[in-house]
Design a binder for this molecule. Structure first.
Ligand SMILES: [Zn+2]
Ligand SMILES: [Zn+2]
Length: 370
C-alpha cells in the first residue's frame, strides 16, 4: 500500500479510536489474555498483556493499529512465549464467513486483482502484464449476509437446544468484513483442541452414520426417529419426512430402497442442516482473534456487536468512519452500498466520495487518495 494511503487510513482509524472508545472493551479477565496488533505494511506484534480498557485505549492511540486481536484463551502468563504461557481455558469461538458459503451471487461482487502488477480486471490473464495469477477481493452483498445469518441462526439453535448453552452466554459480532464471529462462555471452555474438533463435527453434522438414525443390520427392521425427537434425530426426521403424516409412507419407501441410498440421503443433509462454520477457528485454542469494537482493515468497517441479528445491516450498523468528502482515484468495477448509498462501479476514474466509502475502497485495494 502507498504511503499516502497508509497515512490517510491511519488518520481515519485514529479518529475512530478516539471518538469510539465506548465501543472498544477488553473481554472478561483481560489480565489473562494475550493481545496482539498489526500496523499497515508491517507484521504482527503478539504476546502483549493489558490489564484494563484504559491500557488498551493507550495502545490504540500510540500505535494506531490496522487490526487488533485478543486471545479467546486465558493464560497465567499471557505475555510470555507460547510454551510458557500456562494455558488455563478458552472461550468457544465460531467463525461464519460468507465466502465459504460460495453462493452464486459471489462472482457479481468479486474483484480480480493481478498479483504481479495490481491491475484490476476480469479477463483470464492480466491486460497489463499477461500474468495469470489473481487475488480476489469481494464487497458487501445482501444475499451473502443473509446466507451467513442463516448459518448463524442454525448454530445458535444447536448451541442452545442441544448443548444447553443459555442464549445470553452467546455473543454475536459482525466480523467487520463479510461474516460473523460468535463468542461463547460456557462449561465447554476447558475443552482441548481434540474435543473441540468433535464439537465441530457435531455442529456441522459431519460424519453422521445411518445407524444413529435407526438403520439396523437387517435394514427392513429399521425404525427411524420421530419428528419431535431432540437434537439431530428430530432435525433429520423433519428433513426426511417433512410432516408426521408422511412418516409411515416415506419409511416404507426408504426401506425398499435399502441402506446405501439412506446413507447418501443423510450425508446430503449435511450442508442444509449443519452450521457452516470454519472448523480451524474453533479448534485452535491459542489463536488471537479480532477484538470487538476494533476496525477490520480488510474493509474499514468495525467488528460490531449484533444484538438484533435479523435487523443488523453491516453497511449501516458497522460503518463508523465520518462522511467528509475525499477525492480518490477509484478502480472498483463492482458497486457496493454503505449507509444506504450506492457507490460505483468506478473505472480508473477520479471521484469524490464520503470518507467512509474512500476508506472502504482503499482497504479493498481498489482506490487511492488523489
Ligand atoms: Zn498484471
Ligand atoms: Zn453475494
Amino acid at each position: 500500500m502507498h504511503d499516502k494511503d497508509v497515512k490517510f487510513l491511519e488518520d481515519a482509524f485514529k479518529k475512530y479510536y478516539f471518538d469510539h472508545f465506548d465501543l472498544i472493551h477488553t473481554p472478561k479477565n483481560p489480565e489473562m489474555r494475550e493481545f496482539g496488533y498489526q500496523k499497515f505494511n508491517s507484521g504482527m506484534t503478539r504476546h502483549i498483556s493489558l490489564k484494563s480498557d484504559k491500557e488498551l485505549h493507550l495502545l490504540l492511540m500510540k500505535n494506531i493499529p490496522s487490526d487488533v486481536y485478543c486471545s479467546n484463551a486465558r493464560y497465567s502468563f499471557p505475555n510470555l512465549p507460547m510454551a510458557e504461557k500456562d494455558w488455563q481455558n478458552a472461550d468457544l469461538i465460531f467463525d461464519i464467513d460468507a465466502k465459504d458459503l460460495q453462493l452464486p451471487c459471489r462472482q457479481n461482487h468479486t474483484i480480480k486483482k493481478c498479483t504481479s502488477c495490481g491491475n484490476i480486471g476480469n479477463s483470464e490473464s492480466c491486460t497489463q502484464c499477461n500474468a495469470t495469477k489473481f487475488d480476489t477481493v469481494s464487497v458487501l452483498c445482501n444475499d451473502c449476509i443473509a446466507g451467513a445469518k442463516k448459518e448463524l441462526n442454525k448454530l445458535i439453535t444447536i448451541l442452545t437446544n442441544d448443548l444447553g448453552i443459555p442464549r445470553q452466554n452467546i455473543t454475536v459480532y459482525f466480523s467487520g468484513n463479510e461474516g460473523f464471529h460468535v463468542h461463547v462462555t460456557s462449561a465447554y471452555e476447558t475443552l482441548d483442541s481434540r474435543h473441540r474438533a468433535e464439537l465441530v463435527d457435531y455442529l456441522t453434522f459431519r460424519g453422521a452414520i445411518p445407524e444413529t438414525f435407526g438403520a439396523r443390520t437387517n435394514f427392513a427392521k429399521s425404525v427411524f426417529p420421530d419428528l419431535d425427537d431432540k437434537g439431530w434425530l428430530g432435525r433429520v426426521s423433519k428433513a426426511v419426512f417433512g410432516a408426521k403424516s408422511n412418516k409411515a409412507k416415506i419409511s416404507k419407501q426408504i426401506i425398499s430402497e435399502g441402506y446405501f441410498p439412506f446413507k447418501k440421503k443423510i450425508e446430503s443433509l449435511q450442508k442444509e442442516l449443519g452450521a457452516q462454520i470454519d472448523p480451524n477457528v474453533t479448534i485452535d485454542v491459542h489463536r488471537i482473534f479480532r477484538l470487538g469494537g476494533t476496525i477490520n482493515s480488510k474493509s474499514g468497517l468495525t467488528k460490531t456487536l449484533c444484538t438484533d441479528i435479523a435487523k443488523f445491516n453491516p453497511g449501516m450498523d458497522a460503518c463508523f468512519i465520518d462522511e467528509s468528502e475525499v477525492s480518490v482515484l477509484a478502480d472498483c468495477p463492482v458497486s457496493f452500498r454503505l449507509r444506504n448509498k450506492k457507490f460505483g462501479p468506478y473505472h480508473k476514474e477520479r471521484t469524490s466520495v464520503p470518507k467512509y466509502a474512500a476508506v472502504y475502497m482503499i482497504c479493498k485495494g481498489c482506490a487511492s487518495v488523489s
